[in-house]
Design a protein around this ligand. Structure first.
Ligand SMILES: Cc1cc2nc3c(=O)[nH]c(=O)nc-3n(C[C@H](O)[C@H](O)[C@H](O)COP(=O)(O)OP(=O)(O)OC[C@H]3O[C@@H](n4cnc5c(N)ncnc54)[C@H](O)[C@@H]3O)c2cc1C
Ligand code: SF4
Length: 333
């Protein structure tokens, strides 16, 4: 047992003033407590943020929604506004974890959950993310669940969240407060690729607290779908997941969004490929061509080449479901 102290600030400014490299904020604790038990992280002080006033789900002036960082994953998924106007987000959350975990897990904590790479949790092995410079055994070891896109020589881990894949597709914005003030981070920029600093998962500094997630006005409620492919039907992380959202003008695609989960160090978007769907009629052939393009940069490892074909098929299926399967041209690619 590594000793640590505990405090429970009453305001956001009090919380960020207490935070530094030696501390950790704790919300639901569903990831952090496991990491502490396994000695993967050893904070000297836990800053319990659950008393902060960050539990609301409010409309914004421009027609979007502001979700407090402490809203539980369950409350968010079952919120009437989210269910009706952002069903992609509800579906993604409900595809994750278990009811008990979703009751505890917070919106902010979900963004900051750590990778599920086996070596990261096993302190008996090297791991560049846990101990920079020590090596990456996953590259040549067990890498079935690892990245096929955007990885580096130093780390091939994936981001495990389902919720984040939907938030990426919806172009959410992360509201952050630190000692230097507040800032807004577009979701696409929030998480990082590993590069040479895999120990850093995201853009936050140690004193910065996520206060809220902002959703832009809903545009994709009629045509969106979250598809998660996993080893078991529940209580398992995604091997591959797809958040697909389409906007139609008549029967022509006006806008397309696709975010992939389980394939990279962050939810994976490729806006250039998304644009190729604009102005086209939905068809299996169109979606299959786009899926090919989404995966053309894939670099599979020794045990996860199956993810490339799996991701392509999942993209076609998710986009077809989003379009409304009956309405799309069933042309064989
Ligand atoms: C068995 C199991 C199965 C799971 N399956 C899935 C799954 O299928 N899909 C999925 O997406 N997730 C899954 N999860 C992960 C779960 O969703 C996360 O553990 C949860 O969302 C983390 O939220 P939390 O509030 O408990 O975070 P905590 O554990 O409290 O914190 C996690 C991290 O976030 C930081 N943090 C928390 N809140 C803030 C904030 N507001 N600002 C700054 N830093 C903050 C903490 O310091 C810590 O580093 C699973 C977890 C378990 C244990
Ligand atoms: S993939 Fe990343 S998290 Fe996993 S062992 Fe390599 S460096 Fe560590």
């Amino acid at each position: 047992m590594t000793p640590f102290s505990y405090c429970r600030p009453a305001s956001v400014s009090e919380a960020v003033n207490m935070a530094d490299e030696s501390t950790r904020f704790i919300a639901g604790g569903t990831n952090l407590v496991d990491l502490m038990k396994e000695n993967v992280v050893n904070p000297q002080r836990l800053i319990d943020i659950t008393a902060l006033d960050l539990h609301g789900i409010e409309p914004t002036a421009n027609g979007g929604v502001l979700i407090g960082a402490l809203v539980s994953n369950a409350d968010l998924a079952w919120n009437a506004v989210i269910e009706q106007h952002y069903p992609l987000l509800s579906q993604a959350i409900l595809a994750g974890a278990s009811p008990q975990l979703r009751n505890m897990a917070s919106t902010g904590g979900n963004l900051l959950q750590r990778t599920r790479c086996y070596y990261f949790y096993d302190t008996g092995t090297p791991c560049n993310k846990r101990e920079p410079g020590s090596g990456c055994p996953a590259r040549s070891g067990l890498n079935r669940i690892h990245a096929i896109l955007g990885a580096s020589d130093t780390c091939v881990a994936t981001h495990p969240s389902d919720m984040c894949v939907a938030l990426a597709a919806l172009d959410a914005v992360v509201h952050v407060q630190g000692r230097a003030g507040t800032r807004l981070i577009p979701f696409a920029d929030f998480h990082r690729l590993p590069g040479n600093t895999p120990e850093r998962d995201n853009q936050l500094s140690a004193d910065e607290l996520i206060t809220a997630i902002e959703l832009p006005p809903a545009e994709f409620a009629q045509h969106s779908h979250y598809l998660k492919i996993r080893d078991r039907a529940s209580y398992a992380f995604a091997l591959v997941s797809v958040a697909a959202a389409l906007k139609f003008d008549g029967d022509v695609i006006q806008e397309a969004r696709v975010a992939l989960g389980g394939v990279a160090h962050k939810p994976w978007r490729d806006t250039a490929v998304e644009k190729t769907l604009q102005g086209q009629r939905a068809s299996h052939a169109l979606f299959a061509r786009a899926a090919q393009a989404w995966l053309q940069m894939a670099k599979p490892l020794s045990h996860n080449a199956f993810k490339v074909e799996l991701a392509k098929r999942a993209i076609v299926r998710a986009l077809s479901e989003a379009a409304g399967d009956a309405s799309i041209q069933r042309t064989t690619p």
